[in-house]
Design a binder for this molecule. Structure first.
Ligand SMILES: Cc1cc2nc3c(=O)[nH]c(=O)nc-3n(C[C@H](O)[C@H](O)[C@H](O)COP(=O)(O)OP(=O)(O)OC[C@H]3O[C@@H](n4cnc5c(N)ncnc54)[C@H](O)[C@@H]3O)c2cc1C
Length: 394
């Protein structure tokens, strides 16, 4: 049985200030709950602030991971409505440069049809007309509705809107302990790095939105989540080598995507697995792979001036036996730790993409409301977000 909101409204603490935590803070305050979000560093300083900035059409997953592909195209279309101005609506191309690619292209085109992703074949001349820096020997291309966005500014719009509706956002507040009584999480304890003081915040329910750190955070409550941190290396080159998102027309692999970001071109990415998301490094052979593979789709990648290389860890759902992380789905899951570990008042959201953060938040807020016995609809599908500048102005 669910009931209308009681007064005072239940208080939810969210641990983790990436895109997922940001979208969740907004979803919950719009449903009338009180929210405090604690983030150990600056907001978006985890994986969120370090990705390509690709608003996935879902085409990269359409052949092997249809569930993620459908999630991506749905959010791709919805986010353009609620976050106008955040996206460069530049589309993407999947470029075939050999017969194997072209055979994969047939499967890709069919899979796009099955997952609802608008796609159209282009001749080499049509593709080169759109993107003159492509490999001139390309054999064909498929155009899809990819887009690009600023990895930090989109989540800032969720934070800004959540804050304007009453959410309390606490950056530089690291959770070190869960307050657990009778197998129920009652709040969090931690350290505020701004004041160098310890803090304790009580909660009716705590949500772990810790991305690749989710396993560590869950362990503080004696709970477990099957998270596999899977890093990738990104290479930023000076100069805009393309205006569209350029993907190689094959099963996702290393160095097979070039994403234009402002005056830069971001070449991505690789994939391996680690135990500790704070211990990634930037392997030099991965950086070299970005040059080698990236230059197969855009030859100018080889000679463009280096700007930066970095890595970040995907929070993938997996049982720990993954090889490179590429075999794991990009879908997301919300874990109710009462059902999973017998720990009350505690939920984890993980997996997914930056593109699907809002959908992850909706699923999690549904679970939170069910657990708190509240009936309140999701409003993030139609609430137009404040501009990112409102976060610091508020
Ligand atoms: C190389 C790479 C490229 C990618 N490219 C894209 C892309 O182009 N498009 C796309 O849609 N997706 C992309 N992704 C996926 C996307 O970046 C992630 O799925 C998404 O950013 C995860 O967001 P999150 O909020 O769940 O996690 P995070 O952003 O990692 O947020 C978790 C937060 O929890 C905080 N935290 C951890 N421990 C504590 C603690 N004890 N107390 C308080 N806070 C804590 C962390 O500091 C962190 O800020 C990419 C991922 C990688 C690795």
């Amino acid at each position: 049985m669910t009931a209308p909101l009681r007064s005072p409204a239940p208080h939810v603490v969210i641990v983790g200030g990436g895109g997922t935590g940001a979208a969740l803070a907004l979803d919950l305050v719009l449903r009338g709950l009180r929210v405090t979000l604690v983030e150990r560093g600056e907001i978006t300083s985890g994986t969120t602030g370090r990705h390509h900035g690709l608003l996935h059409s879902g085409a990269r997953y359409a052949v092997n991971d249809a569930e993620s592909a459908v999630e991506c195209i749905q959010e791709n279309q919805l986010l353009r409505r609620v976050a106008p101005g955040s996206f460069e609506e530049n589309d993407g191309l999947f470029v075939g440069i050999d017969d194997e690619d072209m055979a994969y292209g047939e499967k890709l085109f069919a899979a796009c049809g099955e997952t609802g992703i608008p796609a159209r074949w282009l001749t080499p001349a049509e593709a080169l007309n759109l993107e003159p820096n492509l490999n001139p020997d390309l054999k064909g291309a498929i155009q899809v509705p990819d887009a690009t966005f600023d990895a930090m500014r989109l989540p800032l719009r969720w934070f800004a809107t959540a804050k304007a509706r009453g959410a309390v956002i606490q950056p530089f507040c690291e959770v070190t302990e869960m307050v657990v009584r009778d197998a129920c999480v009652m709040g969090v304890r931690g350290h505020d790095h701004r004041t160098e003081r310890d803090f304790e915040v009580g909660a009716d329910l705590v949500v772990n939105a810790g991305g690749p750190w989710a396993e560590k955070i869950a362990a503080m409550a004696g709970a477990d989540v099957p998270i596999q941190p899977s890093p990738g290396v990104l290479l930023a080159l000076r100069g805009r080598l393309c205006n569209m998102v350029i993907n190689r027309m094959h099963k996702s692999g290393d160095g097979d995507i070039v994403v234009p970001q402002r005056g830069l071109s971001i070449v991505g990415t690789s994939s391996w697995v680690v135990k500790d998301p704070d211990d990634l490094g930037v392997p030099e052979d991965h950086v070299q792979k970005m040059y080698t593979e990236g230059s197969k789709i855009i030859p100018a990648v080889r000679s463009a001036p280096f700007r930066q290389a970095w890595s970040a860890a995907r929070p993938l759902i997996g049982g720990g036996g993954a090889d490179t992380g590429r075999e794991l789905s990009r879908t997301f899951k919300c874990f109710d730790h009462m059902e999973r570990d017998g720990v009350g008042g505690f939920v984890t959201i993980s997996g997914g993409k930056a593109t699907t953060a809002r959908a992850m938040a909706e699923t999690t807020a549904d679970v939170v409301c069910r657990k708190l016995g509240i009936e309140a609809p999701c409003l993030t599908r139609e609430t137009v977000l404040l501009p990112h500048t409102a976060y610091y102005a508020a």
